[in-house]
Design a protein around this ligand. Structure first.
Ligand code: PEP
Ligand code: MG
Length: 812
């Protein structure tokens, strides 16, 4: 049976509650009362030692739940748990449920033989019967975004809930979590809401409808998450930390080579001396000031990073700032200072330690990874409270080793003497991983605990691309690594130096290098990418992070802004490719068995003319401000091209009658993404001005291999000769019809693909901004004649592996 400990400031209250609980249960449930303190003059309070003894007195293998009343009772309970030995501690949990209702419900469930989870759930579920919520209204929702309420969506949710004045609770029904304060980022995150979890929102009758409407809006907008499977987001990181012959293997975050002494970054939270204070008010004010200064520091670190970190990735810090404003956390600290009359640093340190442990123990790896965010925020505030300076200046080159790199530390890694970074934990999708991928030094995570054992000052070799750390290299290995590093640096510098140059092969043939864009957040990156045009603007983004379709004016303003920013460089606007792996929830889509073979791209647009024509009108109007092209996605038939072109003409007529201007030379193109389009490319070519090959989808459809399914990634390979033959066929058809052809699938940015595609005669390569320098450098080393021979050769090969091997040999 689960034991129960009642911790109240009043011994009378905890004894009385025990009496009630005993009376309600048939079987004798082990319940211990741990109220008050042993001070006859001042009996109200809580005592950690007493709680510890109480927990021991009701301890069995089944476990113990501790219930607390207000403020410092929780701190005492947590301290008591700390005082227990490891075996005992593993059996004890603290339940946030309100004391009276929680204890009574838990006692009944424990008497019935319920497990720890069942008792906890029962105690927490009773929230609706609580006094505060007796008159409240609640509604259930299912969270649809794939990763649930992890940091960014949680920050968005909390911000939305904070617009209401009354109390709002969030209960994760799927996981049987206690009711959390919906205005607290911490409460929401610890509710561990994953994709498809059922949650209940509880609000006052006056605000409930508005709260639920707001929740509907957030759900429809998918909490600002695109959930695009093709973004390659992996929820879990599979690291294989091993020590093999003096070398560790981790997860590569960036490429590059470095050799230097390893230096561990020791930033355990500083020790805090428990100092008694007299002036509670000014200590609370000092704490609030530290929170405000922390926010200002985070904002200052972010400023000027627009070109390297997209606005979306910068939102990672919204969650950090939300922690600084979290009412539950600040109240805990304020109460702690007031009740114990000790310094803010001591209370803050304790709260952060507790939060860290809680996050680190979470089962969901995405949420558990937020423990690093807690330490990041925690350390910053603590440093300010203790009046310490921002750490670290290095006087000689180092490779830094962290247990786990924290997001704001990535922003601060600008010291040129830091040649590389490794970490024991973390992954590509951790916040530090996302931000770390923008660094131009080798970064490798997830080396495991073995990293900690490498002594400070030991010379190491770090190979970013291979994710390797060599621990005791001999002098020859160090020398060889130096050579690789110099070659890599030289190549990077060369690539950077030609970022803005035209891409011309050794025999003088120029190809056009364009950039792909998927959100306004990327405008800064696009401007500085070195591309001569935008080869693909994925306009789905305009429809995805919101709850209704954007109007003609909204779209027009956005397209116009991009056109004006590009200042004469062409902008290829792809009409929406909604559907497939990019659903837009508010568009009333029916579930499809095979969404990728279903109602997406141009099929959807032609069936919803109201939406399509609004978009075409906005694009055409933007074309009055600079060169604009229109491109249709997922075309499979000539009829679709006719229908889409007819819509363009119809919209032009409408605009003329409205007296609205548009450019007179808007090129129209189609994407070659479906095998039918590649096969019929000669026919389609007669109807349009250009083609752009979408190898992401083309590969998926040629190989019948879902681009987002890791199980079939061996088949999903654009280097497969079957895909290359389709590419060749499309290029030949375009050229025979006298139109140009580009490529905007991921293959276009691959340096390995460049010689084959140049050999086939591709005119334009459109890629991610980060791919441009290396692509240009590769291209400038190619001879078109030799590339033509290579292209012919690989088309006759029998596998993707053979093609890759041959190109690698060709590049040399
Ligand atoms: C493609 O399919 O290659 C392409 C560029 O389109 P998307 O990745 O947006 O489907
Ligand atoms: Mg596509």
């Amino acid at each position: 049976m689960i034991g129960i400990v009642i911790v109240s400031h009043s011994r009378k209250l905890s004894d009385g509650l025990k009496e009630m609980a005993d009376a309600m249960t048939q079987a004798p449930v082990p319940i211990a009362s741990a109220g008050g303190i042993d001070d006859p003059d001042n009996p109200l309070g809580t005592d950690a030692v007493r709680v510890q003894e109480a927990a021991r007195s009701v301890m069995s293998d089944d476990g113990v739940l501790i219930f607390t009343d207000i403020g410092s009772a929780k701190l005492s309970a947590d301290m008591a748990i700390d005082l227990l030995d490891d075996t005992e501690r593993a059996r004890v949990r603290h339940c946030d449920a309100p004391l009276v209702e929680g204890v009574l419900a838990a006692a009944v469930q424990s008497a019935a033989g319920g497990s720890m989870d069942a008792v906890m759930r029962e105690a927490s579920g009773n929230i609706l019967l609580q006094h505060n919520f007796r008159d409240s209204v609640s509604r259930e929702f299912v969270i649809k975004n794939r990763l649930g309420l992890h940091a960014r969506p949680a920050a968005m949710f909390v911000e939305a809930m904070n617009k209401f004045s009354g109390e709002i609770r969030l209960i994760n029904l799927s996981k049987g979590k206690p009711a959390a304060n919906a205005k607290s980022i911490n409460g929401v995150m610890l509710s561990e809401v994953s994709g498809n979890d059922r949650v209940r929102l509880v609000a006052s009758p006056a605000e409930a409808e508005a709260v639920f409407a707001e929740m509907d809006r957030l759900l429809t907008a998918n909490f600002g998450e695109a959930d695009i499977a093709s973004a390659g987001l992996k929820v879990t990181e599979v690291a294989s930390p091993q020590l093999v012959e003096g070398q560790l293997t981790g997860v590569s975050i960036t490429q590059g080579f470095a050799t230097a002494p390893l230096q561990h970054v020791c930033r355990e939270l500083p020790k805090v001396t428990l100092t008694q204070i007299d002036d509670v008010e000014s200590e609370i004010a000092r704490f609030d000031e530290a929170l405000a200064s922390s926010e200002a520091e985070i904002k200052a670190l972010l400023s000027g990073k627009e070109d390297s970190i997209s606005a979306n990735d910068q939102k990672i810090f919204d969650a950090h700032i939300a922690y600084l404003h979290d009412p539950d956390i600040t109240t805990r600290v304020h109460d702690g200072i007031a009740n114990k009359q000790v310094c803010a640093a001591a209370i803050w340190r304790q709260v952060i330690d507790e939060l860290y442990e809680t996050y680190a123990d979470l089962k969901d790896p995405v949420l558990a990874a937020r423990a690093a965010d807690i330490l990041d925020v925690g350390q910053r505030v603590l440093r300010l409270l203790l009046g310490q300076n921002e750490p670290r200046v290095f006087d000689s080159p180092v490779i830094l080793a962290y247990d786990e790199l924290r997001p704001s530390e990535v922003l601060a890694l600008s010291d040129t003497r830091v040649l590389g970074v490794c970490a024991a934990s973390g992954g590509k999708t951790s916040h530090a991983g996302i931000l770390g991928s923008t660094l131009s030094i080798p970064v490798v995570f997830a080396f495991g605990e073995a990293l900690q054992a490498v002594p400070d000052g030991r010379e190491v070799l770090l190979d970013g691309a291979a994710g390797l750390l060599k621990i005791a290299p001999d002098p020859q290995e160090v020398a060889a690594m130096q050579v690789k590093r110099e070659a890599w640096q030289k190549r990077r510098a060369q690539a950077e130096a030609i970022r803005f140059d035209p891409a011309i092969t050794t025999d003088g043939h120029k190809v056009r290098v364009a950039v792909n864009m998927a959100s306004m957040d990327e405008l800064g990156l696009v401007e500085n990418s070195g591309a001569e045009e935008v080869g693909l603007l994925r306009t789905e983004f305009l429809f995805m992070r919101r709850d209704k379709a954007p109007t003609e004016t909204e779209q027009f303003e956005i397209y116009k802004r991009i056109v004006e920013t590009l200042d004469g460089k062409p902008l290829t606007i792809r009409t929406t490719d909604i559907g497939g792996d990019k659903p837009v929830l508010y568009l009333d889509r029916l579930p499809e068995t095979n969404p990728n073979l279903g109602w997406r791209g141009i099929r959807h647009s032609l069936d919803v003319p109201a939406l399509f024509e609004v978009q075409l009108a906005a694009i055409l109007r933007a074309s009055a401000y600079g060169p604009v092209r229109i491109m249709f996605p997922l075309v499979s038939t000539l009829d679709e091209v006719h229908a889409a072109c007819a819509s363009v003409e119809q919209v032009k007529t409408r605009l003329k009658t409205q007296g609205l201007v548009f450019g007179d030379a808007v090129e129209i193109g189609v994407m070659i993404e479906v095998p039918a389009a590649a096969e019929m490319a000669d026919i389609l070519a007669s109807q349009v001005d250009f083609f752009s090959i979408g190898t992401n989808d083309l590969t998926q459809y040629v190989m019948a291999a879902d681009r987002a399914n890791p199980k079939v990634q061996n088949l999903f390979d654009p280097f497969n000769p079957a895909v290359l033959r389709m590419v060749r066929k499309s290029i030949d058809a375009a050229h025979r019809a006298g139109i140009w052809i580009g490529m905007c699938g991921a293959m276009a940015g691959s340096p390995l693909a460049a010689p084959v595609l140049v050999g086939m005669g591709l005119d334009e390569f459109s890629m991610a901004p980060a791919d441009i320098p290396e692509f240009k450098l590769t291209l400038t080393g190619l001879d078109r004649g030799a590339c033509r021979g290579l292209a012919d050769e690989v088309l006759d090969m029998t596998s993707a592996a053979a093609v890759r091997a041959r190109i690698t040999e060709f590049i040399g």
